[in-house]
Design a protein around this ligand. Structure first.
Ligand code: AMP
Ligand code: MN
Ligand code: MN
Ligand code: MN
Length: 275
């Protein structure tokens, strides 16, 4: 089975409608897909309906921004009930934090020559959560950077001129929302955090002790050694292993739905008895 447990739609910073994302997953040979938009479950209903019609297993998910030890982490919730009250309340709070931050980023970018930055980012998000990716696209459209990566490097990454610090959910809150909604909690793309080994071990220990379930071991862009490294860490901290492309849009052909190495066979898959 081709299982991809991390993807985005235009309900956050993806570009495809949830139904079109599902159609693309089917086309790419994916059997089970998790929709994990940033801090929202608003696309799940549409994705689930499309998945039923097309014979794909849709895993209802969410990617929650977390503040841990003054850093930002992403925790993916899988098999969450998108109607669970505590999860919905928590995500509403996160979305408000996003809206406030977006105004701050907009002001900073406006001062640097991106006209109507906040209004245009909000319009681009089309009712979904506003993310830094939307601002990155604007920066490129206005010619202040050649591509989105450069827009992050120059303006949007931590410490850069349009960076705004926010207080996201705590690890404990994110776990409570996910588990309260019947889901499993997974630390997303661990290699993307600028952390020492010691810090990463501390995070995994704390996450496990707080009831966390899994670690994303197979992620787009990792080589065989990196996958082995994260697999060993998942075993050491008694976490299940997950596999996710983190697909956002069809414009970057090096990240595609379901196009990832398989999970190493000695790991405990997070989907055990669920798929
Ligand atoms: P946000 O949650 O609004 O802070 O935005 C985070 C999103 O920005 C991530 O999920 C990525 O999709 C995107 N992102 C973060 N850093 C980069 C980068 N260096 N280059 C391109 N996209 C990035
Ligand atoms: Mn994203
Ligand atoms: Mn992420
Ligand atoms: Mn993601």
């Amino acid at each position: 089975m081709n299982i991809d447990l991390h993807s985005h739609s235009l309900c956050s910073d993806g570009t495809l409608r949830p139904a079109d994302l599902v159609a693309r997953a089917v086309d790419k040979g994916v059997d089970a897909l998790a929709l994990t938009d940033h801090d929202t479950v608003s696309g799940i209903e549409e994705a689930a309906a499309a998945a039923r019609a097309q014979g794909l297993q849709l895993v209802p998910g969410v990617e929650i921004s977390v503040t841990w030890s003054k850093r930002v982490l992403h925790v993916v919730g899988l098999w969450v009930d998108p109607t669970a009250a505590a999860l919905c309340d928590g995500l509403r709070w996160q979305s408000e934090t996003r809206a406030t931050r977006a105004q701050g980023i907009g002001e900073r970018l406006q001062a640097q020559g991106v006209r109507d930055a906040y209004e245009r980012a909000k319009e681009m998000a089309a009712g979904g959560n506003v993310t830094r990716t939307h601002f990155a696209r604007l920066i490129v459209i206005d010619g202040l950077a050649d591509n989105e990566g450069q827009a992050f490097d120059k303006y949007l990454s931590q410490g850069k001129s349009a960076w705004v610090r926010s207080q996201w959910a705590s690890l404990e809150q994110a776990l409570a929302w996910i588990h309260g909604a019947g889901g499993r909690a997974v630390i997303a793309h661990p290699s993307r955090y600028k952390m020492t080994h010691a810090m990463m071990r501390e995070l995994l220990k704390e996450f496990r002790e707080a009831g966390g379930d899994g670690l994303e071991v197979v992620v787009s862009g990792l080589d065989r050694n990196q996958i082995r490294h994260w697999g060993e860490l998942s075993k050491r901290f008694e976490l299940c292993a997950s596999r996710g492309s983190d697909f956002h849009n069809p414009d970057f052909p090096w990240i595609e739905l379901g196009r990832l190495p398989p999970l190493p066979p000695d790991l405990a898959p997070v989907w055990h008895q669920l798929l």
